[in-house]
Structures are given as structure tokens and as C-alpha cells.
Design a protein around this ligand. Structure first.
Ligand SMILES: NC(=O)c1ccc[n+]([C@@H]2O[C@H](COP(=O)([O-])OP(=O)(O)OC[C@H]3O[C@@H](n4cnc5c(N)ncnc54)[C@H](O)[C@@H]3O)[C@@H](O)[C@H]2O)c1
Ligand SMILES: O=C(O)C[C@H](O)C(=O)O
Length: 416
């Protein structure tokens, strides 16, 4: 791993073909320095700063000017990462791989990462773009997982979804992709990689992926439910007539599907329990809950495609929640492995739960949450759905023969 905050004993980052290197564009502009190891003919004068307590970059070493620069599509490598020892004034490189990189979500997300919006200013990031045959042509992406050994984050935004495809088919077809990618990760990825599965059905895809990657801690896999949390916060803010940032402690429990449970019992508005601020409890139980559960489908109906911009925003939020300490008293939702959970949820599934992070890439489940009958009943339903999905992909998780008895009245957000 190449990032200090995740693994202080990290190996030195190195650059493989097809990796694109970006430097946050928000670098301070008051000083220029050249990078050691950069070919004389292509040496970049890139803005950088050296604080009083940092080491000044030593004199430039040049390499054989005849050797070819590495170019990938329109991007050429100008920063030789092997020279890292000599560029101590720079933060360590963060490696991020994005699979499904030519898709709609990635189209928004990649530029956010490259602009410095996700990991902050003065932070070098390297993006590795992975994709299917189509994306090799579209952005010269790499179809292979073989060079993922130094990644800090891996974002899976893939999943084909054909018209009329049954949910069981989707589980099988996408599940096979995630099984394959899990195996590849297991073979080559850093043990510290944090994997965020976005492609639907994301909870069960994350489960398949982690089961096929036994060398990587199951805790490192996430299914994206942050979009649902953001949607829930937005609805509560609108109802209460407050700004979005006044809404806190919102948990999405369970599956990223229409059985998900947006928890208004533990949520707060301006520090007060939601039920004290929003007196219309019928609205909370019925309208609010259903609106959040079905928002994905409503969007597909209106727009004709699944949400991409808001999803990319929520992926940014999800990453930032892992790399910055969670504000005191608050938490965030993520679909994570249930083993050892304090809520009595069946072990061995990927279930959205409330998490806190110290900002080191890891997280802990929040213990001090309360339950009532309404919440327990709803959680049981989404749990049953995830257990059914798990049985449906048993052939992909190494747990025997698949039996697909999916509950008929539950759907993915986009299926309604
Ligand atoms: N979890 C969430 O909150 C959430 C929200 C919105 C969308 N989604 C899901 O995210 C996924 C991606 O959405 P999108 O709008 O970007 O879709 P998209 O169709 O625009 O992009 C998917 C990309 O994946 C690529 N791909 C297909 N098979 C692949 C494979 N085997 N390996 C690598 N790449 C492959 C395709 O070429 C395409 O570029 C969908 O499954 C969607 O349902 C999840
Ligand atoms: O792609 C979908 O099915 C919908 C998506 O997961 C969403 O919540 O917007």
C-alpha cells in the first residue's frame, strides 16, 4: 500500500502501464520544482510547495532522453513515482482503481477524484481505469486486474443490466463478474485495499466479491448505501425546513433495495431526535420511508437511466467518511459484513449499518443506537431479503447449490 495513513509500513509505489497520474490541480502556485527522474525532453514544471518542516527536493536527475515517455490516451506520464524517496515534500501517492470506468457513474466520479475534491489538495493520486471491451476503446482502460497490487481504493461501478432481465438473472450474471473480480483481487491486491461495490445488487455483489477474496479482510468491503443516506437526509431537511447539514445520525439499515430501512428513530435534526422535530409520525413511517426506498426507481422512470451524478457524489462522501474522522456523536451508513455486529443481525451477509471511522480507512460499528418494534420489523424484512439473495448466489460464494426463492414484493431501487 502506498498511502501513509492506511499502512505506515507501505511498500514503495510504482507505476504500471495504463495507470494515469494526476496531481491535484489545487496545488499552491507560488513555487516551481521539477521532478527527479523525469525525462529531460518531457520534464514538467509542476507547481509545488515546500513547507519549513519538509525536505527540499534535491537536484534533478535525468534519465536516458531516448527512452520513450509513457502515454495513455491523451495523458502522458510526467511524474516518475519511482523517485518517491527523493520527493519527500510530497504526500504519498494514493492509488484508486475504478472498474466500469467508461460508465455513467465513473464519468462523474473520475473528474472529482482528479480535481482534488475527494482526497484534498496537494495530494497526488493515481487512477487506474478498468473496464470491459467497450471501455478499452473509449478510454484505453485496462481489462485486467493484474496490476492492482498497490491500490488503496477499488471502486466497482460495473454491472450490465439488460431490458427485461429478471432479478435472479441479474444476481447470477453480475454475481459471476464479482466472483471473478474477487478472485483476481485475492491473487494480486494489497491486503489493505478498501473496496466499494456500487454495481447492483450491490450488497450481494459485495458478499460474492469478499467470499472470493479470502486473503483480504471481509471488513474491507463496502456496498454503497450512502446515496440512500443522502436521500433520507434530504427528505428530512425538506420536511423540517432546515439545511441538509443540520440532519445527522441517519442510518440506512439493510439492503440497497426497496426493503432498505431509513432510520428516523435514531436520526437527529439540529441535535434533536427527528420525532421531536417532525411531529407527523405517519409521514415518517409511510411517505418518508417509501420515498427513500423507491427513489432510485423514480429516477429511472423520470430520467430513463439510473442516477449517476448523485451516486458519484455519494461515493465521494463514502470515501471521505473513511479517510476523515467522523464528527463527534455522528455516524455514516455503509453496507458492511455482519460478522460480530452488535444488533443481532444474522452473520455472513453484507448489511448497511451505522459506522464511525477514525479517518484511517477503517471503521467501527456504532453501539449506542435504539430500536423499537417498527424498526425491528422492518430490519427483519430487509434481512430476510438479503438471506434469500445469499441463497440465490450460493454457487458463487462457495456455499453449495443455489436456491433462488427471492421474496416477490421486494425489488432493487430501479426495478419498480
Ligand atoms: N449502489 C448505488 O447506490 C447505485 C446507484 C446508482 C447505480 N448503481 C449501479 O451502478 C452500476 C453502474 O451504473 P452506471 O450508470 O455507471 O452504468 P453504465 O452502464 O453506464 O456503466 C457500467 C460500465 O461497466 C462496464 N462493464 C460491464 N461489464 C464489465 C465487466 N465485466 N468488467 C468491467 N467493466 C464492465 C460497461 O462497459 C460500462 O462502461 C449499475 O449496476 C447501477 O445499477 C448503484
Ligand atoms: O440502478 C438502479 O437500480 C438504481 C440505483 O441503485 C439507485 O438507487 O439510484
Amino acid at each position: 500500500m502506498a498511502v501513509t495513513q492506511f499502512n505506515p509500513t507501505s511498500q514503495k509505489p510504482h507505476f504500471r502501464s495504463s495507470q494515469l497520474s494526476f496531481l491535484s490541480r489545487s496545488l499552491p502556485r507560488h513555487r516551481h520544482c521539477a521532478f527527479p527522474g523525469v525525462h529531460r525532453t518531457q520534464r514538467a514544471r509542476i507547481s509545488c510547495s515546500v513547507a519549513p518542516n519538509e525536505v527540499q527536493v534535491p537536484a534533478v536527475k535525468t534519465e536516458d532522453p531516448k527512452s520513450k515517455p509513457d502515454c495513455y490516451g491523451v495523458f502522458c506520464l510526467t511524474y516518475d513515482l519511482r523517485a518517491e524517496e527523493e520527493t519527500r515534500s510530497w504526500k504519498k501517492l494514493i492509488n484508486i482503481a475504478v472498474s466500469g470506468a467508461a460508465g455513467m457513474i465513473a464519468n462523474h466520479l473520475l473528474f472529482k477524484i482528479a480535481s482534488g475534491e475527494v482526497f484534498g489538495p496537494n495530494q497526488p493520486v493515481a487512477l487506474k481505469l478498468l473496464g470491459s471491451e467497450r471501455s478499452i476503446q473509449a478510454l484505453e482502460a485496462n481489462p485486467s486486474m493484474n496490476s492492482l497490487n498497490s491500490q488503496n481504493f477499488l471502486l466497482f461501478c460495473i454491472s450490465p443490466r439488460g431490458p427485461g432481465m429478471e432479478r435472479a438473472d441479474l444476481l447470477d450474471i453480475n454475481g459471476q463478474i464479482y466472483a471473478e473480480q474477487g478472485k483476481a483481487l485475492n491473487a494480486v491486491a494489497s491486503r489493505n485495499v478498501k473496496v466499494i461495490v456500487v454495481g447492483n445488487p450491490c450488497n450481494t455483489n459485495a458478499l460474492i466479491c469478499l467470499k472470493n477474496a479470502p486473503n483480504i479482510p471481509a471488513k474491507n468491503f463496502h456496498a454503497l448505501t450512502r446515496l440512500d443516506e443522502n436521500r433520507a437526509k434530504c427528505q428530512l431537511a425538506l420536511k423540517a425546513g432546515v439545511f441538509y447539514d443540520k440532519v445527522s445520525n441517519v442510518t440506512i439499515w439493510g439492503n440497497h433495495s426497496t426493503t432498505q430501512v431509513p432510520d428516523f428513530l435514531n436520526a437527529r435534526i439540529d441535535g434533536l431526535p427527528v420525532k421531536e422535530v417532525v411531529r407527523d409520525h405517519k409521514w415518517l413511517e409511510e411517505e418518508f420511508t417509501e420515498k427513500v426506498q423507491k427513489r432510485g426507481g423514480a429516477l429511472i422512470q423520470k430520467w430513463g437511466r439510473s442516477s449517476a451524478a448523485s451516486t458519484s457524489v455519494s461515493i465521494v462522501d463514502a470515501i471521505r467518511s473513511l479517510i476523515t474522522p467522523t464528527p463527534e456523536g455522528d455516524w455514516f451508513s455503509s453496507g458492511v459484513y455482519t460478522d460480530g455486529n452488535p444488533y443481532g443481525i444474522t452473520e455472513g451477509i453484507v448489511f448497511s449499518m451505522p459506522c464511525r471511522s477514525k479517518g484511517d480507512g477503517d471503521y467501527e460499528l456504532v453501539k449506542d443506537v435504539i430500536f423499537d418494534d417498527y424498526l425491528r420489523k422492518r430490519i427483519a424484512k430487509t434481512e430476510a431479503e438479503l438471506l434469500a439473495e445469499k441463497r440465490c448466489v450460493a454457487h458463487l460464494t462457495g456455499e453449495g447449490i443455489a436456491v433462488c426463492d427471492l421474496p416477490g414484493d421486494t425489488m432493487l431501487p430501479g426495478e419498480m
